[in-house]
Design a binder for this molecule. Structure first.
Ligand SMILES: [Zn+2]
Length: 420
């Protein structure tokens, strides 16, 4: 690669303006965005992105699950591209930045390269992954999952919403059922810029999160069964109170989370009490457990502890217990040379930074299975995300984009290892 131009930077106000313009599509009265996957609003957001990319000289490819790739040619266009991007779909009460920041930061990288008249060795592509949020079609990140070979294409296209409309039908309806094969082509690297969605960067006064890992997850469904009985005539020692058992499991889950610090998260987020009547001893309680940790061995230890605690508590409280792990997601360690490229981007731009583990799932977690990958986090105000008040600042947005530019340029250079 040529030596880097001295004025290597991005246009922060143009990036911010584009974020604000995109946020008008699906804007909510409280200042958020509702642009749910494969709705008319999602189509409008995609159309705007595609128009901006064409104006920036990119060619557009859409694959069979609706992922969009905007490509800026390289000096040697046969080299495997460096990919960056994220998602444009939002939660129903979502914000202006989750996902869309990574997409438009990628576009800003391309616009800046155009301004600088800078030709990369390898092509650079910006990806928009379909249905990242999983709010309309479960599971989340399904299209990057198909791209990475985690799911079959037919599985992805047949995901249906509550009205029975499938992703395949809805892609065709909005004009984004492309004909390119999904994945299976060589890539040099993938970088995803994203808001942190947590409070750490802001609290520590750091601008950039160098994401080294993403947490593994284990989700459980637990049912404790005792016996419904009248709250008055049933003596305490004769009760089989399913809610008492559940309460003790909630305590145990919290204890397991606290025991495996740093890094563990342990949550009971949903509980259904049967029959849920004020003068009936609860006969059955259904609840969920969500465990997260970046180390698979620790996650396995948490799993063993949960099973032992549930068995012990059920015996103590004279309850039947059923425990099922319904979801397992292995921890992801992002690739060393890509993480290093982000680190060098931080050094060259002079922004403050710290290493981070992503607590949320991202498209990057799947893409990491098929190409070297890393992520760049920027702070979000008060750590709030998946909320209409989700906010970041123009300065943070620009900083993350500068770091992204440096990381992309390093990987798009033949000397630093872009490949055929
Ligand atoms: Zn996201």
């Amino acid at each position: 690669m040529d030596t880097l131009p001295p004025n290597l930077t991005i246009n922060g106000s143009r990036l911010w303006q584009s974020l604000m313009e995109m946020a008008q599509i699906g804007a909510t009265p409280k200042g958020g965005v509702c642009r749910i996957a494969l709705t008319d609003l999602d189509k409008q957001g995609r159309d705007l992105f595609v128009r901006w990319c064409r104006e920036a000289g990119c060619t557009i490819t859409i694959d069979r699950i609706g992922n969009i790739f905007a490509r800026r040619a390289g000096r040697d266009d046969s080299l495997a591209p460096v990919l960056t991007g994220s998602h444009l779909d939002t939660q129903p009460t979502g914000g202006k930045f989750d996902g869309v920041y990574g997409v438009l930061a990628g576009l800003e990288v391309i616009r800046s390269l155009n301004d600088l008249n800078y030709e990369t060795d390898a092509p650079v592509e910006v990806a928009v992954w379909t249905n990242e949020e999983g709010t309309r079609f479960a599971p989340s990140m399904v299209a990057s999952g198909v791209f990475a070979g985690e799911f079959d294409l037919d599985y992805g296209l047949s995901r249906a919403d509550l009205d029975g409309k499938t992703m395949g039908e809805e892609l065709a309806r909005i004009g984004y059922a492309g004909d390119a094969p999904v994945g299976g082509r060589p890539l040099t690297a993938y970088f995803e810029a994203h808001i942190e969605q947590g409070p750490i960067l802001e609290a520590e006064g750091k601008t950039i999160g160098v994401v080294t890992d993403a947490q593994g997850q284990r989700w459980y469904e637990i049912t404790l069964t005792g016996q419904e009985a009248h709250a008055g005539p049933t003596p305490m020692e004769r009760r089989k109170d399913a809610l008492l058992g559940a309460a003790r499991v909630v305590e145990a889950v919290n204890r397991i989370g606290l025991k495996h610090q740093p890094g563990a998260c342990a949550t009971v987020g949903l509980m259904q009490i049967h029959p849920n009547s004020r003068n009936v001893i609860p006969g059955r309680v259904f609840f969920t457990v969500d465990f997260r940790h970046p180390d698979d061995a620790v996650l396995a230890a948490m799993d063993a502890e949960l099973r032992a605690e549930v068995a012990r508590i059920a015996a103590d409280t004279k309850l039947e217990s059923e425990l099922e792990q319904i979801f397992y997601y292995a921890p992801v360690r992002f690739e060393e040379s890509c993480v290093a490229a982000v680190r060098r981007g931080v050094e060259r731009t002079g922004h403050s930074a710290r290493d981070m583990v992503s607590g949320a799932g991202h498209d990057a977690c799947y893409v990491a299975k098929v190409t070297p990958t890393a992520m760049v986090f920027i702070p979000c105000v008060d750590g709030i995300s998946h909320n209409e008040i989700e906010h970041t600042t123009p300065e943070w947005a620009a900083a993350g984009c500068e770091v992204l530019l440096h990381a992309v340029l390093e990987k798009a250079s033949v000397s630093a290892g872009s490949s055929r």
